[in-house]
Design a protein around this ligand. Structure first.
Ligand code: PMV
Length: 311
């Protein structure tokens, strides 16, 4: 039986979220331990294409639900490969928590498009895959900067500037993060929209904040490239203070951040769209356990761990 499989990693934004929408750089990295997978298998003649995503409680044929992200992803793959709808079944699964700022949407789209194009015998380069996933991201987020699809499709740490070719950066010394999930699902377009409203009212003030975040992001890249992990902690704190000014942190995020810092995390900040979603804490092997426990006690819905490295 004809079949093809593919996987794509989740992602974490390290620095620069929100400012990246306004042209400043952001740093993000793939999460190798959290992945989405897709498997395409041949089905009986005349059955056409169906998509099943048990984690999302989703089962549909391509003919229905054209506004749904996964079916859009499948259509984009068919168009790109210039192939008619095959008689096949796509199964999508993922270990990435949904709507938490970990790139689950982009990763499931990327895995599906990769698997389906491989099934059709059509080769996709990372930039082509990324452009297709971006189209699906627009459905979820409205005006995404493109950082999620870029990291997930290139599967490399990325210094990302909207509209420019993605640049990968060197991680001289791997570093460990503890990720705390508030359990509050805030769609990215909500906080992005709120920042836009503030920007429309006070453009000069917000531009200044975005520029400062951009400068912090550049310094963070330098620190990561030279293996100066200790410098990252204070930079995370500065970035978080600016995110608070933008109004995208929340009491729940602030509580988790304070809890991590109070037991010795080197730095902590929200990651992704904010509002709810996740925060990250920079830890050493000596503080990782303690920080995880502190996040649990402070009410985190979930605690995850990640090592950021070149892979
Ligand atoms: O919520 P996430 O992880 O998809 O990240 C959003 C990042 C923003 O900078 C807030 C928006 C964007 O499109 O870059």
């Amino acid at each position: 039986m004809k079949q093809a499989t593919a996987a794509a990693p989740g992602k974490i934004i390290l620095f620069g979220e929100h400012a990246v929408v306004y042209g400043q750089p952001a740093l993000a990295a793939p999460l190798g331990d959290l992945t989405a997978q897709a498997a395409v298998t041949e089905s009986e003649a005349g059955s056409k294409l169906s998509i099943q995503a048990d984690d999302l409680g989703l089962s549909l044929s391509l003919a229905e639900a054209s506004s749904e992200g996964l079916s859009l992803a499948a259509r984009l793959a068919l168009d790109h490969c210039q192939c008619p709808e095959p008689d096949a079944r796509i199964r999508v699964s993922s270990s990435i928590p949904v709507a938490s700022g970990l790139g689950s949407g982009a990763a499931t789209s990327a895995a599906l498009i990769k698997a389906l194009s491989a099934y059709l015998g059509c080769r996709l380069e990372p930039d082509q895959l990324s452009a297709l996933v971006y189209e699906v991201e627009k459905l979820y987020h409205g005006t995404p900067s493109g950082i999620d699809n870029t990291v997930v499709c290139y599967e490399q740490p990325v210094f990302f500037i909207r509209g420019s070719e993605p640049v990968t950066f060197h991680i001289a010394q791997p570093f460990a993060l503890v990720i705390g999930d508030t359990g509050i699902k805030t769609p990215t377009h909500v906080t992005v929209g709120a920042v836009r409203e503030r920007w429309l009212k006070a453009p000069d003030e917000l531009e200044e904040v975005f520029e400062e975040i951009g400068e912090i992001t550049r310094q963070a890249r330098q620190a990561i490239e030279s293996g100066d992990v200790e410098t990252l902690g204070p930079l995370m704190g500065k970035n978080q203070a600016h995110l608070q000014t933008l109004g995208v942190s929340s009491p729940e995020l602030d509580t988790l951040i304070e809890a991590a810092l109070s037991v010795g995390a080197l730095g902590a900040k929200l990651s992704g769209g904010g509002g709810g979603g996740i925060m990250i804490a920079l830890v050493t092997s000596g503080t990782s356990e303690r920080v995880g426990q502190a996040l649990d006690r402070a009410g985190a819905a979930r605690v995850l761990r990640a090592t950021i490295s070149e892979g």
